[in-house]
Design a protein around this ligand. Structure first.
Ligand code: MTE
Ligand code: MO
Length: 344
C-alpha cells in the first residue's frame, strides 16, 4: 500500500495491483478522517431515531436475523485522482488507487428503517460513526438522500466473504452503490431520518462539486456547487508493457466503472484520440461493479507510443479527455494515458 500521511490511516492501492475483479481486503484502500474507536461488540448497538414512529436499538444479532442481501460494487473516494489536477490542490494526494471493487454482504437499509417506521417528513438519512475527531475539529457527520438509501443502500457486516475488517468500518458500514465514498459511513452507530440534510463542515464545505465547469484554478462559490453523489464514468490501465517491439502484440488491461449501473464499452487509442478501438469486456459484472477489460495492442512503429483509454457507461456518458478542475479535487476522470517505449 502507498501510505498518504500518518494521521489516521490513509493509504491507496498501487494501480498495477488493482487487477482482480474483487479487490482483496488487504489491498483495499483506506481513508479515515479520524482515529477509529474499536467498538466493544457485546455493547455495540445501532440506534435508529429521528423522524420515525418507534426508535429502535439493534444488536448485531438482531441485524443478522433480517433478510441477507449482497452487492458487488465499486467504492471510490471522491478525491481519488486529486493529485492529477493542475493547479495542484491541498488534501490527501490520491493518484489512482483510492478505489476498489468488493462484495458487500449485510442487510438493506430499507428493511432496518422499516422496523422503526419512517415518517413521510423524512427526506435525508443522517449517518453517525463512532470515530472521534481530535478537539475542535468537526466530526465526520454526514447525511445521504433518504430516497437513495431506501432504494439500494445496504448496511454491510461482511466484505469479500469475511467479517468487515476494522479499518473498513467494523462492525457495520453503509454501502451506497454508484455513489462516492464519503457517503459510505464506517463504524456506524446511529441512523436518523430527518427532514433536512445534516449540517457542518463535511456537508456544507466539503464534498461539493461545480454545477457547471469553470476555469482551472478559479474557486467556485458555494451556490455554484452541489453535493457529490454519483461517481463519474472512468477507466484506468493497470497492466501494460513498459517497452515493446513494433509488430509484436501485447495485452493491455484495466478496469472501468461509473455511477451508472454498467459499462457499455471501453476504447483504446494510440493516436491521441483520433481513432478508437474497442477493448474486450470481461464477462463478470454486476450493477455498479467495475468491469475488467483487456485489449490486444500491436505497436506499428518505433518511438514513444502514448496509449489512452476511455469508457462509456450504460447511460451513454463518455469519459472526457480532461476532468473539470474544482477546488477540492473531486471526481477526477480524465483519460488515463500510458507511455510505452517501442523499438523497431
Ligand atoms: N466514520 C467514518 N466513515 C467514513 C470515513 C470516515 O472518516 N469516518 N471516511 C469516508 C470516506 S471519505 C471514504 S472514501 C470511505 C473509505 O472507505 P475505506 O476506508 O473502507 O476504503 O469511507 C467513508 N466513511
Ligand atoms: Mo473519501
Amino acid at each position: 500500500m502507498l501510505q498518504m500521511n500518518g494521521y489516521a490511516v490513509n493509504a491507496e492501492t498501487p494501480l498495477e495491483l488493482l487487477t482482480d475483479y474483487l479487490t482483496p481486503n488487504e489491498l483495499f484502500f483506506v481513508r479515515s478522517h479520524w482515529i477509529p474507536r474499536t467498538p466493544n461488540l457485546s455493547r455495540w448497538r445501532l440506534t435508529v431515531d429521528g423522524e420515525v414512529k418507534t426508535p429502535v436499538s439493534l444488536s448485531l444479532a438482531d441485524l443478522r436475523k433480517l433478510p441477507v442481501t449482497e452487492v458487488t460494487c465499486v467504492l471510490q473516494c471522491a478525491g481519488n485522482g486529486r493529485a492529477l489536477y493542475t493547479p495542484v490542490l491541498p488534501g490527501v494526494q490520491w493518484r489512482y488507487g483510492a478505489v476498489g471493487n468488493a462484495r458487500w454482504r449485510g442487510v438493506r437499509v430499507r428493511d432496518v428503517l422499516q422496523l422503526a417506521g419512517v415518517k413521510d417528513s423524512a427526506k435525508h438519512l443522517h449517518l453517525f460513526g463512532s470515530d472521534d475527531p481530535p478537539r475542535k475539529v468537526p466530526p465526520f457527520h454526514r447525511s445521504v438522500e433518504l430516497a437513495k438509501a431506501m432504494d439500494d443502500a445496504i448496511l454491510a457486516y461482511e466484505m469479500n466473504g469475511v467479517k468487515l475488517p476494522a479499518e473498513h468500518g467494523a462492525p457495520l458500514r453503509l454501502v451506497v452503490p454508484g455513489w462516492a465514498g464519503d457517503h459510505w459511513m464506517k463504524w456506524l452507530v446511529r441512523l436518523s431520518p430527518q427532514a433536512e440534510s445534516q449540517r457542518g463542515f463535511y456537508m456544507e464545505t466539503a464534498y461539493r462539486y461545480p454545477l457547471q465547469p469553470g476555469a482551472a484554478g478559479v474557486a467556485f462559490k458555494p451556490e455554484e456547487m452541489s453535493p457529490v453523489t454519483e461517481l463519474f464514468v472512468k477507466s484506468n490501465v493497470t497492466t501494460a508493457p513498459k517497452k515493446a517491439k513494433a509488430g509484436t502484440t501485447y495485452d493491455i488491461r484495466g478496469f472501468a466503472f461509473s455511477g451508472a449501473p454498467d459499462i457499455a464499452k471501453v476504447e483504446v487509442s494510440d493516436d491521441d484520440g483520433a481513432t478508437w478501438n474497442e477493448a474486450q469486456l470481461d464477462a463478470r459484472h454486476s450493477p455498479y461493479a467495475w468491469r475488467l477489460w483487456s485489449y490486444r495492442w500491436t505497436p506499428r512503429a518505433a518511438g514513444t507510443a502514448r496509449v489512452m483509454v476511455r469508457a462509456t457507461d450504460s447511460r451513454d456518458r463518455v469519459q472526457p479527455r480532461d476532468a473539470t478542475w474544482n477546488q477540492s479535487g473531486y471526481l477526477y476522470n480524465a483519460w488515463h494515458t500510458v507511455d510505452i517505449e517501442v523499438t523497431a
